[in-house]
Design a protein around this ligand. Structure first.
Ligand code: GLC
Length: 450
C-alpha cells in the first residue's frame, strides 16, 4: 500500500514537471513580450504624464475591513514568516479576518469631508484602495459578493455603500485626478488561493500548468473587475496596480524572483489585454503596473523612500504619514515640517509625493493627519509657485536648499528648508547671492533666483 502511494506521488511529480515544461514552451511560443518590454511611446500617454508631473502632490488612503482591527492591511492573511499575528493561530486569525466584511459599517464616512481636506491640503489627485490583497471590494462589483455593496456587509444599506463612487464624485468636485489602487493578487478568490490547498506564501497556491483553466478564470476575473473600475466611474486617470509578484516572465529578475515564493511560478495576468480594455473609455489613462517595468508602468513608485538624487524617468514616492499604511492606534506621525521638506525634496528631484493616510473603522481620517494636511495646505498656498507645475533645476538639492523652475524656465526658485520651529530669517544666501525673504513662512521659505 505504502509503496503504491509513494509511487503514485513520484508519478504525479513527474507528470507535474513534464507539464510545467510543456506549459513553458507553449507560453514562450504564444506570447510575444517585445512590445510590452518597451517604454510607452504613445504621445497621448506621454502628454498625460507631463500633466501628471505638474500635480506634484496626491492623496492616498488605505481603507478596508482591516481598519476595524487597527491592524496591518491584508498581510495578516499571508503565511510568511515575517508576518506577526501576535501569536494568534493562523487558521483562527484567517477565519476571523475573512468575516470582517460582516461588521464593516463606517457610520461616519463622509466623502465630501475627505475630499475637502485633501483639496485644502493642496493635493491634486487621489489614489484609493478599491481592493487590497484581502480581496474585499470597496466598490460596486458584480464579480464577487465580498464587497461593501453586498447584503453580507452591513454598510450595503448606506447611500455611500459604493465607497469608490462616493469618493470619486466628491474628489471630482475639487477637480482632482482620480486614481484607483487595485491589487492584482486576490487572497479571497478561490481561483487565486484555492481552498483545497494550504497557502504557503503570498502567491497562487496551485500549479498553473496543471490547471490552466483555473488560472484563465482568475485572469478573466481580474480583467472583469478592472473593467468595472475603468468603465463604471467615468473618466479615470490612474490605474495603480499593486502586487508585483503577479508579473510576466520577461520582467522577473534577481530582485523580484524571490517574490514568487516556494513554487517560483510565473503568474502572467496578460497586461496588454487588460490595458487595451482599460483604455477603451479612457485613452489617456495612466497605468502603473508597479515594479514590472515596460509599457504598463507609466511611472515608478518608490515605496516609503525618497531617492538620493534626480531620477531620469517619471516617478512618485508613496509615503505613509505615520508608519503604517492602514489605521493603527497612536501611529507615529511625521511632523508637518518633515512632510513639507519631503515634498520639496521630492519635487526638486523630479517626483511627485503621494501621501497616505489610514482612515479608521468609522470612516474618519485621524485628527493628526487632518492637522498636518491643513498645515501643508497653508504652506502651499503661500509657496505653491515653487512646487506645482515646476521642473527640477540643477543642482536639485544642496544643503538646506531645494531648487525648482517653472516649465518655461523663466522662473527659478530656491526653497530654503527651516528647522522645526526656526524663526524664518529676513534674508538668506543662495549660491553666493543674498536674497530678501518676502513671505516669512514656517517650515521653508522660497525666493526667486536672479
Ligand atoms: C506595500 C504594502 C502594501 C501597500 C503598498 C502601498 O507594498 O505591503 O500593503 O498597499 O505598500 O504602496
Amino acid at each position: 500500500m505504502k509503496k503504491t502511494v509513494i509511487l503514485a506521488a513520484f508519478v504525479s511529480l513527474f507528470i507535474t514537471n513534464l507539464s510545467t515544461a510543456n506549459a513553458q514552451e507553449v507560453r514562450t511560443a504564444t506570447r510575444d513580450y517585445a512590445d510590452e518590454q518597451r517604454d510607452e511611446t504613445d504621445p497621448v500617454i506621454l502628454k498625460r504624464l507631463e500633466d501628471w508631473k505638474d500635480l506634484k502632490f496626491g492623496f492616498m488612503a488605505h481603507w478596508g475591513i482591516y481598519s476595524q482591527w487597527a491592524t496591518v492591511e491584508s498581510w495578516g492573511l499571508c503565511s510568511e514568516p515575517w508576518i506577526d499575528r501576535k501569536d494568534a493561530p493562523y487558521d483562527e486569525y484567517k477565519r476571523q479576518y475573512t468575516a470582517l466584511n460582516t461588521t464593516f459599517n463606517p457610520k461616519r464616512f463622509n466623502p465630501e469631508r475627505w475630499a475637502k481636506a485633501a483639496a485644502q491640503a493642496g493635493m491634486k489627485y487621489m489614489v484609493f484602495t478599491t481592493k487590497h490583497h484581502d480581496g474585499f471590494c470597496m466598490y460596486g462589483t458584480e464579480e464577487t459578493t465580498y464587497s461593501t455593496v453586498n447584503s453580507s456587509c452591513p454598510f450595503f444599506k448606506s447611500k455611500n455603500s459604493d465607497i469608490t463612487k462616493a469618493l470619486t464624485d466628491a474628489f471630482r468636485q475639487y477637480n482632482m485626478w482620480i486614481g484607483y489602487y487595485f491589487s492584482k493578487p486576490d487572497w479571497h478568490c478561490p481561483d487565486y488561493w484555492a481552498p483545497e490547498w494550504a497557502t504557503p506564501d503570498r502567491n497562487v497556491n496551485y500549479t498553473i500548468a496543471d490547471k490552466p483553466d483555473r488560472w484563465r478564470r482568475y485572469c478573466d476575473f481580474t480583467y472583469n473587475q478592472i473593467r468595472e473600475l475603468t468603465h463604471n466611474y467615468g473618466d479615470i486617470d490612474i490605474l495603480w496596480l499593486d502586487g508585483g509578484w503577479i508579473r510576466p516572465e520577461w520582467s522577473v529578475n534577481d530582485e523580484t524572483r524571490p517574490w514568487l515564493g516556494c513554487s517560483g511560478q510565473i503568474q502572467d495576468i496578460n497586461m496588454p489585454r487588460i490595458a487595451k480594455m482599460a483604455r477603451e473609455n479612457n485613452p489617456d489613462l495612466l497605468i502603473v503596473d508597479r515594479s514590472v517595468g515596460g509599457k504598463y508602468e507609466n511611472y515608478r513608485t518608490p515605496e516609503k523612500q525618497v531617492p538620493d538624487t534626480l531620477l531620469p524617468y517619471p516617478w512618485e514616492t508613496c509615503m505613509t504619514m505615520g508608519d503604517s499604511w492602514s489605521y493603527v492606534h497612536n501611529d507615529n506621525y511625521k511632523s508637518t515640517n518633515e512632510l513639507i521638506h519631503m515634498l520639496c525634496d521630492i519635487v526638486a528631484k523630479g517626483g511627485n509625493l503621494l501621501l497616505n493616510v489610514g482612515p479608521d473603522a468609522d470612516g474618519n481620517i485621524p485628527e493628526p493627519c487632518l492637522k498636518r494636511m491643513e498645515e501643508m495646505g497653508e504652506w502651499l498656498r503661500q509657496n505653491g509657485q515653487a512646487i506645482y507645475g515646476t521642473r527640477p533645476l540643477k543642482p536639485y538639492a544642496k544643503d538646506r536648499v531645494r531648487y525648482t523652475q517653472s516649465k518655461d524656465g523663466l522662473h527659478r526658485y530656491a526653497i530654503y528648508l527651516l528647522d522645526d520651529g526656526e524663526v524664518p530669517p529676513s534674508r538668506i544666501e543662495v549660491d553666493g547671492m543674498v536674497y530678501r525673504i518676502k513671505k516669512k513662512t514656517k517650515h521653508a521659505v522660497v525666493v526667486e533666483l536672479m
